[in-house]
Design a protein around this ligand. Structure first.
Ligand SMILES: [Zn+2]
Length: 407
């Protein structure tokens, strides 16, 4: 390769920390990764040994109701009550408002190094396909600076009790949603609910990502049921489960059994530390972050996500993946063997695997040039000191510098 490349990032430290590499970027792709690359480049940036990671992939956000109800006074409340606050907020905006709140959240997280998002979008009887259509438009508008993957999410509606809810979900997939979502725990018939979900996913050849067992109730059994359905439907590797809080409340023996089925189904688990601590940890209840260590030990693909951005579910949510990594490290005591480099991988390459949003996602030749340069030399330093995001590069272009957007 002798022609001039667009951008050459010099002396970048990889997550494993052993050596410094140069990253040559041509267009939107990484053209070459190696030591002392000497290609002519339109722009050269010497990052002087700073830790350089793939852009964070937030595998679970709700962009369509970001910022809605975030100013509601906090009183201990249930999911249903938080949902009411969100619904009231949704009534105050129109389609453009949906795009505006989504853009506000997406730009805020881009500054902090999130370059791709799997967003769940409400598809329900309150506003039908309004949010979905707005987020589909937004997906096209933000494509140069953020990759979005859309999960059609039927809110808290019982699919087995409403043909209208089921029909809306179908229409959402037809319109272009990427992934089938849902919340089987709200249905009096979770088995029937899962049947509907799998039928639809198969019809549209789509992956599935369900909110599962977002409760401290040790009797909640949906994760096991969901993983078994994935096996029955030959949906191995195409399923993800978000939250899985009840898993942390199960007795060890049953937890082990469920984790084995999850592993067999090659199901990815998406932990949401912020919202689980905020919502489930109230009224002296244990907070419900799933069993991250046990899942990792069993070889399950685990990532973490930020879920809610300053909304009625979690007004404190700021969408910062590096902060979510710190929360998870504290809560699960992820140290030693569960190294900080693993945490950075969970927020990047593991999240890519869970979502499939970008293929072959890593800092390597042929990969999309999405990079974050952290003002730190080690993963420990980056997470514990919440390193400044010195540089965010999306599709080969600099999109943020020192926390300031330049798009
Ligand atoms: Zn969610």
């Amino acid at each position: 390769m002798n022609s001039e490349i667009d951008l050459l990032v010099k002396n970048a430290r990889m997550i494993d920390g052993d050596k410094l590499v140069d990253i040559a970027i041509s267009g939107k792709k990484i053209a070459l990764v190696g030591e002392e690359v000497a290609l002519p480049a339109k722009l050269k940036l010497n990052v002087a040994g700073k830790l350089t990671i793939p852009g964070f992939i937030d595998a679970h956000m709700h962009l369509d109701h970001a910022c809605l109800g975030g100013d509601a006074k906090w009183i201990p409340r249930t999911h249903e009550e938080s949902e009411k606050i969100i619904r009231e907020g949704r009534k105050l905006i129109d389609s453009n408002g949906v795009k505006e709140v989504a853009a506000k959240a997406a730009k805020a997280v881009l500054k902090n190094g999130t370059t791709a998002i799997r967003t769940h979008v409400n598809v329900d009887r309150l506003f039908g396909l309004r949010e979905l259509k707005a987020i589909l438009e937004f997906k096209r508008e933000c494509a140069e600076w953020m990759d979005l993957q859309i999960v059609a999410f039927p809110s808290r509606e019982a699919l087995t009790r409403s043909s209208e809810s089921e029909s809306l979900l179908k229409q959402a997939m037809k319109l272009g949603a990427d992934v089938v979502g849902g919340l089987p725990n709200v249905d009096p018939d979770p088995d029937g609910y899962l049947e509907i979900i799998f039928d639809l996913a198969k019809r549209y050849k789509a992956k599935i990502d369900l909110h599962v067992d977002e409760t401290n109730d040790s009797k909640s059994r949906v994760l096991e049921l969901y993983a078994e359905k994935a096996l029955e439907n030959e949906y191995v590797g195409k399923v993800a489960a978000s939250h899985c809080s009840a898993l942390s409340a199960y007795p060890q023996k049953y937890a082990k059994k469920v984790i084995n089925i999850v592993k067999e189904a090659e199901m990815s688990i998406i932990a949401n530390p912020f919202t689980n601590i905020y919502i489930l940890g109230q009224n002296d209840k244990p907070n419900g972050i799933t069993r991250v260590k046990d899942l990792l030990d069993s070889g399950v693909n685990v990532c973490y996500a930020t879920d809610n951005f300053n909304d009625g579910y979690n007004p404190l949510g700021n969408g910062d993946m590096l902060l979510a990594a710190l929360f998870l490290a504290y809560h699960q005591r992820l140290d030693g063997k569960y190294s900080f480099s693993k945490l950075l991988e969970m927020g990047t390459t593991s999240a890519a695997k869970a979502t499939g949003i970008l293929e072959n996602y890593d800092i390597e030749e042929g990969g999309q040039a999405d990079l974050v340069v952290l003002d730190a030399e080690t993963p420990w330093e980056a997470i514990v000191f919440q390193a400044k995001r010195s540089l965010v590069i999306k599709k080969g272009k600099i999109v943020a510098k020192d926390g300031v957007l330049v798009i």
